[in-house]
Design a protein around this ligand. Structure first.
Ligand SMILES: Cc1cc2nc3c(=O)[nH]c(=O)nc-3n(C[C@H](O)[C@H](O)[C@H](O)COP(=O)(O)OP(=O)(O)OC[C@H]3O[C@@H](n4cnc5c(N)ncnc54)[C@H](O)[C@@H]3O)c2cc1C
Length: 413
């Protein structure tokens, strides 16, 4: 069989394509299998959304050689303002106070997709020495094995069989690879839907990101170039279905009522799209010769903007572990030592972020007065306690645990 690989990645979304780029310089034989071209309107990862990334993620993207292609479209976040509608408590996090240029950056998903995929060696079976990309490809069968894994795929009219030492599941929350390896996932439906759009407020946002908790769920406004903001408005599924049918004037009125006048009047709103929100948590991050990364391992509520940042660290950690073994000449990449090292490394980062995000959603969605009082007190306390802000910054940047080389700006080879 010609199609023998050391690592096969299924899913070339934000995390899978990043992993492919991280592995490319190592000299291994890598395959990337993706169902939908990056520039297709149907691509679920590189769609109309924007993504808030941390400084650690920026360093990883620099290490992958794509930050220069993104930076022109990246908007810095210099302050974060957190408030609770109807309560006086609020909290602020300021990059300058923390000695940083920015707390993070907002990047359009389409720009990220184009930057990642333009560094890959072409689509539809074009190979470079180290990386072969199969796209658009559909998976017919996944066969886990003791010594290798086999994958049957269809690319256009042709069928191919790939054999790989390791199979990486980067194929999103409904991962077929994860299921083929018998790994169960816990799913918690939050009963909330995010309405995503862009809005233009009267006042300039001054590079401040706003997170506001309201009775219907959290609302985030992220700064964009040109004075616009990305809006993530969380509503009940019924209210979200109604919100996309409202006229622009109705929508802006509802938003104004929830957000208030900190940015003056909202003047314009763009096209609205919805995303049902849930937590999907794979019960393991590896099984046999399969490693799970990104949304396939954990799909999070976007309230804290941590899903991609966490998934990118999955990719950076896995690439580093593989690079270490390659350097040592340990060619059996599918050995249980690699999987155990990955599971252990990811556990605390992953558990911390999942617990933080889930607690935030549940605490700030609670109608109970006692909980509302406590969260108001919590916001005030958080605002007054620098160590609490440092702890949160460290957690969200993935620095509460061992930081991968790429996130520290250190190259793998
Ligand atoms: C509304 C919203 C806002 C968000 N905002 C932020 C934010 O500000 N900051 C942040 O850090 N995170 C954010 N996230 C989370 C972030 O979008 C995800 O963490 C990220 O998309 C994960 O990337 P992924 O590549 O793991 O999975 P996905 O993006 O789901 O990509 C999976 C890829 O696999 C492909 N695929 C699926 N099945 C197959 C198959 N059988 N064969 C081949 N290919 C397949 C898909 O086509 C896709 O390309 C947000 C999420 C939502 C819903």
């Amino acid at each position: 069989m010609n199609n023998r690989y050391d690592v096969t990645i299924v899913g070339g979304g934000m995390v899978g394509a990043s992993l492919a780029l991280a592995l490319m310089p190592l000299g291994l034989r890598v395959a990337l299998v993706e169902a939908i071209p990056y520039d297709s309107a149907a691509q679920p990862s590189f769609d109309e959304r924007t993504t808030a990334i941390s400084n650690g993620s920026r360093r990883i993207l620099e290490g992958l050689g794509i930050w220069s292609a993104i930076s022109m479209a990246a908007t810095p976040i210099t302050k974060i303002h957190i408030s609770d509608q109807g309560h006086f408590g609020f909290a602020r996090v300021d990059a300058q106070e923390r000695g940083l240029v920015a707390m993070g950056y907002v990047i359009p998903n389409r720009v990220l997709g184009a930057a990642l995929w333009r560094r890959l060696p072409g689509v539809a079976l074009k190979a470079s020495e180290n990386l072969t990309v199969y796209c658009p490809a559909s998976i017919e069968h996944v066969a886990p094995g003791e010594r290798s894994c086999r994958l049957k795929i269809t690319v256009g009219p042709a069928q191919s069989e790939l054999e790989s030492q390791i199979l990486v599941a980067a194929d999103g929350v409904n991962s077929v690879v994860r299921q083929a390896f018998g790994i169960e996932a816990l799913v918690r439906d939050y009963g909330q839907t995010a309405v995503i759009t862009t809005v233009l407020p009267q006042r300039f946002h001054d590079y401040v990101a706003y997170e506001r908790f309201t009775a219907s769920g959290p609302l985030a406004l992220l700064p964009l170039e040109g004075g616009r903001c990305t809006l993530v408005l969380t509503l009940s599924p019924e209210a979200a279905a109604a919100a996309i049918t409202w006229s622009d004037a109705e929508f802006l009125r509802e938003l104004q009522q929830r957000f208030g006048f900190r940015l003056g009047r909202f003047l314009q709103v763009g096209r609205r799209v919805t995303y049902p929100l849930s937590l999907t948590q794979a019960q393991r991050t590896s099984a046999g010769r399969c490693v799970i990364v990104g949304n396939a391992a954990q799909g999070l509520h976007p309230v804290a903007g941590m899903g991609f940042n966490l998934g990118l660290r999955d990719a950076a950690c896995l690439a580093e572990l593989i690079a270490e073994r390659y350097k040592e000449g340990t060619w059996n990449l599918g050995d249980s030592g690699l999987m155990a090292a990955y599971d252990t490394w990811r556990a605390s980062d992953r558990d911390g972020i999942i617990a933080f995000t889930d607690t935030l959603v549940r605490t700030f969605s609670s109608p109970l007065r006692a909980v509302q009082g406590l969260r108001n007190f919590g916001l005030l306390a958080f605002d007054l306690l620098p160590p609490a802000k440092s702890a949160l910054s460290r957690l969200s940047a993935g620095m509460a645990t061992r930081v991968p080389k790429l996130a520290r700006g250190v190259r793998l080879v």
